[in-house]
Design a protein around this ligand. Structure first.
Ligand code: ADP
Ligand code: TRP
Length: 331
């Protein structure tokens, strides 16, 4: 039997280059040799998105982004989390095996608590139970399909480790392998894609290069990359520049070597380096953007694809749930 690869993306905003290289592209590579299940984590997004119109549209944007990036819904089971009620039943069962202490250590929750403490606010201000129990729903997403590998960026590794801990508590309790223990699949060369300001590219830092914006906006965004004050003549170290880090993702080996030596020899300013970056980024993103626009122009067909995916996913989810219920004595 083929092994199973599974991952999800929260529809909380525009997809960006970090999502593409950190999550989407490695996931699509894995789909060539694994049975893949990829989904839109819309109930995870509900924790922070309370505007129905906005959430409704970001769900479609992220779905269209996966398809425009090359996901083949005939080969990959592609669905919305909210269409699989078995995930939420499994979440309820996993709650019984998850200590509160484990959730206290989750990064997203801890970050909010720290921010509250720094501001002198109540410790739990802005923390809903969806945020606090986020890793349990994520564990259920993964465990419900007997996933072997979960391609994600580095920031998600803690969540996968928590899914392992939770599944292990279940197995230890029943003295048998009721639930499969998943592994994180982090691609080291794309673990952290830098953003415009050199920090990790993230919606939360407002430093992203979006995947599917018109060419003009893409160019403007790339021109906003923060650089130091080195003059045109000065030799530059390519490895210290996020322009070059981003360039490496899009350029072939000859192009990379050529640009690196121009940096080192001096005589190339940051403006020119950004133009060169724009050229290679746009070369890759143009055809993807065309596909994206076409998909977004036909939402009923997009919804149909997601619906078909859910229909394929639910019987698999139901069988894993049944196995757990039987082991737990609630069959
Ligand atoms: P954001 O930080 O913009 O909110 P998400 O948390 O929604 O992004 O991430 C969705 C997926 O994309 C996750 O698997 C995450 O690890 C990956 N990812 C996001 N930003 C980056 C980045 N800068 N480098 C590598 N992977 C990333
Ligand atoms: N937490 C992930 C993120 O913020 C999204 C996600 C939800 C996920 N469920 C998942 C990723 C299951 C992998 C597997 O990006």
């Amino acid at each position: 039997m083929k092994k199973i690869s599974l991952t999800g993306i929260k529809p909380t905003g525009d997809l960006h280059i970090g999502n593409y290289f950190g999550a989407i592209k490695p996931a699509l590579e894995l789909a060539k040799e694994y049975d893949a299940r990829y989904f839109i984590a819309d109930y995870h997004a509900l924790n922070s998105m309370k505007d129905p119109k906005e959430l409704n549209s970001t769900i479609r944007q992220v779905a269209a982004g996966w398809l425009a990036s090359g996901l083949d819904p005939e080969k990959v089971i592609f669905y919305r989390q909210s269409s699989i009620p078995e995930v939420f039943e499994l979440t309820a069962m996993l709650m019984a095996f998850t200590s509160k202490g484990l959730m206290n250590r989750a990064h997203a929750y801890k970050a909010q608590v720290q921010e509250n403490n720094e501001k002198g606010d109540d410790t739990d201000a802005g923390v809903n139970m969806g945020l606090f129990t986020y890793p349990i729903l994520m564990a259920a997403d993964i465990i419900i399909f007997d996933s072997d590998i979960v391609p994600v960026g580095k920031d998600q590794v803690q969540h996968i480790e928590m899914a392992q801990d939770i599944a292990q508590s279940v197995n230890a309790n029943y003295g048998q392998q009721v639930l499969k223990i998943p592994q994180a699949g982090v691609q080291e060369d794309a673990a952290v894609i830098p953003g415009l300001d050199g920090r990790k590219m993230s919606k939360s830092y407002n430093n992203v290069i979006p995947l599917f914006v018109p060419e003009k906006i893409l160019r403007k965004t790339i021109m906003r990359i923060v650089t130091n004050s080195q003059s045109v003549e000065e030799p530059k170290n390519p490895d210290e520049s996020q322009i070059y880090q981003l360039y490496k993702l899009f350029a072939d080996n000859d192009e990379q070597a050529a640009l690196a030596s121009r940096y080192r020899n001096g005589g190339m300013g940051w403006g020119e380096a950004k133009e060169e970056l724009f050229r290679v980024v746009n070369r890759t993103l143009s055809p993807m953007r065309e596909r994206y626009d076409a998909i977004m122009a036909d939402i009923p067909s997009l919804d149909k694809i997601l619906q078909n995916g859910a229909e394929k996913a639910r019987p698999i989810a139901a069988s894993v749930l049944k196995r757990f219920r039987k082991a737990a004595g609630v069959d």
